[in-house]
Design a protein around this ligand. Structure first.
Ligand code: C2E
Ligand code: MG
Ligand code: MG
Ligand code: MG
Length: 290
């Protein structure tokens, strides 16, 4: 029955699946080695304050720079590590790298911006999550106010009240807690109502769907957030037009390729200089000499 065209498409499709399965298997078996040999690294993407156009933060994102496969992106390893439970070790490793980078950075720079890092819903299965995070932050003497914890909205499906308690506890310790991928879960408004988030990150699917209707949804989300005292950040901003619109409707923060892709931390100052992005200065001394 198969025409030549369909036949080759299906071969291609099978090869793709086979490749994905192969990478998944590889990731699971080489994860420990990848951490030990620093194939897994932290990249940072700038977060821009919409009104002033300054850099006011960054997000830490995992990258797996593999000697065999080259750059493996999170979409090819996060899901696999969530299935095996190894994600917990990854997230603690990334957080430790972030704190380590902070520690190095403050030795030669006066200015500092907050950093966000991502927790997986699987991390909440571990009763020592808060303790492990606290041990790391204290070891590197990083102020809690400089850390934003991003939790994807879709994490709030299973034991919602348990995750809520952990969120409250993180808050009480001084961390900022952000809801990631807002608008993609089953009960975006319900979660917003029941839990205290400092900020919501509007999912990039809303920004890329830049139709009249899409824009109205973004605008309503921003004004609703303002009414309940939550800040908004728009993810996936790629064009000047998107940026101008978001600024006009009062979205506080912007993250996207328009201002920069994720890059290694040591390249950030240079990136900001070349792209004329001033860095908002919080002074380290305010945190350490007080
Ligand atoms: P996320 O937390 O929502 O992070 C934003 C993703 O959007 C990043 O993809 C970023 O590179 C991408 N992005 C940012 N701006 C643009 C843009 O203008 N256009 C487009 N097309 N994409 C943009 P990335 O780094 O591939 O990560 C994908 C997802 O993997 C993350 O989504 C997060 O859910 C997960 N992830 C990444 N690192 C970690 C980690 O260390 N731990 C955990 N648990 N999850 C992570
Ligand atoms: Mg995130
Ligand atoms: Mg996410
Ligand atoms: Mg997101």
């Amino acid at each position: 029955y198969l025409s030549g065209k369909n036949y080759s498409t299906s071969i291609f499709f099978n090869k793709d699946i086979q490749h994905a399965a192969e990478v998944k298997e590889y990731v699971i078996t080489h994860f420990q080695e990848a951490m030990e040999k620093h194939w897994i690294q932290v990249y940072y993407q700038p977060v821009i304050h919409a009104i002033s156009g300054t850099m006011c933060g960054s997000e830490a994102l995992a990258r797996w720079n593999d000697p065999h496969y080259g750059m493996i992106m999170p979409n090819s390893f996060i899901g696999a590590l969530e299935e095996t439970g190894q994600i917990y070790d990854l997230d603690l490793y990334i957080f430790e790298e972030v704190c380590h980078d902070y520690d190095a950075y403050r030795r030669f720079e006066d200015d500092v911006v907050p950093v966000s890092f991502n927790l997986s819903r699987r991390d909440f299965d571990h009763s020592d999550l808060i303790e492990r995070i606290e041990n790391i932050i204290q070891h590197y003497h990083v102020p809690h106010e400089l850390i934003n914890i991003e939790i994807t909205e879709s994490a709030f499906v299973e034991d919602v009240s348990h995750i809520g308690k952990v969120v409250d506890h993180f808050h009480a310790l001084g961390y900022q807690v952000w809801m990631d991928d807002f608008g993609t879960g089953y009960s975006s408004l319900g979660i917003l109502k029941d839990f205290a988030f400092d900020e919501i990150k509007i999912d990039m699917s809303f920004i890329s769907n830049f139709t009249a209707k899409g824009k109205k949804i973004i605008e309503s989300t921003v004004s609703m957030a303002k009414k309940i005292g939550v800040q908004t950040l728009a993810e996936g901003v790629e064009t000047r037009e998107q940026f101008e619109f978001l600024r006009q409707i009062g979205c506080e923060k912007i993250q996207g390729y328009y201002f920069g892709k994720p890059i290694p931390g040591y390249k950030m100052s240079e990136h900001c200089k070349t792209h004329d992005i001033p860095i908002v200065s919080l002074n380290w001394k305010d945190y350490y000499d007080a």
